[in-house]
Write a protein that binds this ligand. Sequence first.
Ligand code: KG4
Ligand code: ZN
Length: 364
Amino acid sequence: MSSQLTILGIETSCDETAAAVVLRDASGKGKILGEVVLSQLEEHSAYGGVVPEIAARAHVEALDSLISEALLRAGKSLADVDAIAATSGPGLSGGLIVGLMPGKAIARATGKPLYAVNHLEGHALTARLTDGLAFPYLLLLVSGGHTQLILVKGVGDYERWGTTIDDALGEAFDKTAKLLGLPYPGGPAVERAARAGDPKRFAFPRPMVGEARLDFSFSGLKTAVRQAAEFIAPVTDHDIADICASFQNAVSRTLKDRVGRGLTRFRERFPDATEPALVVAGGVAANSEVRSTLQAICDAGKFRFVAPPMSLCTDNAAMIAWAGLERMAEGLGPDDLTVAPRSRWPLDSEAVALFGSGKRGAKA
Ligand code: KG4
Ligand code: ZN
């Protein structure tokens, strides 16, 4: 299929309600025509985490007007779009239902095809929307719900090379912040505190470092942080800064080893790749130490490092729309209107579920 396509995307899998209208031109280039994201951060911050019922209700209240707003910003009406794409998993069931149902309703009312999109596929393909990246490439997805290293071979064609066996990296940041009394979400708070700290004061563990398999583990690191804080209690601001800096240092060292091995495996698998690339996605990609670590690994391994703009690294509907467009262009779909949300939906159907991964891992 080579003609120009326009699609309306809807995202409601976690705590962002989002709608976007995205275009794919005949040459395969993407353009976001209009998009809007409403974060529910404030609704959840009092609870120190995402509350599924509150999230679903907030999506219901906001979605209609967000869809209208995205169309307005794009200067389009529903009649102008060629299809509807809605996240149908993985994620919180309530949120998925209240996003997929309107998607189906619009598809039914307009007679346009529906694409039920895997949220992880949205993250995985974003770099093609922003940077026109060619397959294959390696993706590091580091969010509150996932820590995965994924080989992206093509649309609908993924190999999961590594995942966390316990906590996601964002979760480790959030839990570290919580036990130090820092605000939610913890990632930005830990990063801020770490700036004034000594990264060498605490020798925290670097889980999985040296192992040949490419999985991650962060719960031991979190426990070590707790023990250190208890040992020196009562902690001062100075101690908190040192703990945060040492925590980030351990995270960087761990990423360096895990992702570094991933790059080596990529080279072995694709020795002729002319421009091998590593893409990062997910909220933790906002962390400047994580970014500079990944940049350094890529420089050393002669990989291109692609970090899409933060607004497209975190949850948004443009990536869902784009994944729908990519599927459409490949002739993959559309989906039947009986399609059901899937709170668990691995990108790589061959990948075994690892114990512990996905406690919050239903989302990314
Ligand atoms: O992808 P995302 O926005 O949402 C989902 O997980 O769905 O990721 C949120 C996660 C949270 O765990 C948050 O603490 C973390 O990303 N995060 C950060 C930073 N900003 C957000 N972690 C480390 N450093 C940051 N600057
Ligand atoms: Zn996500």
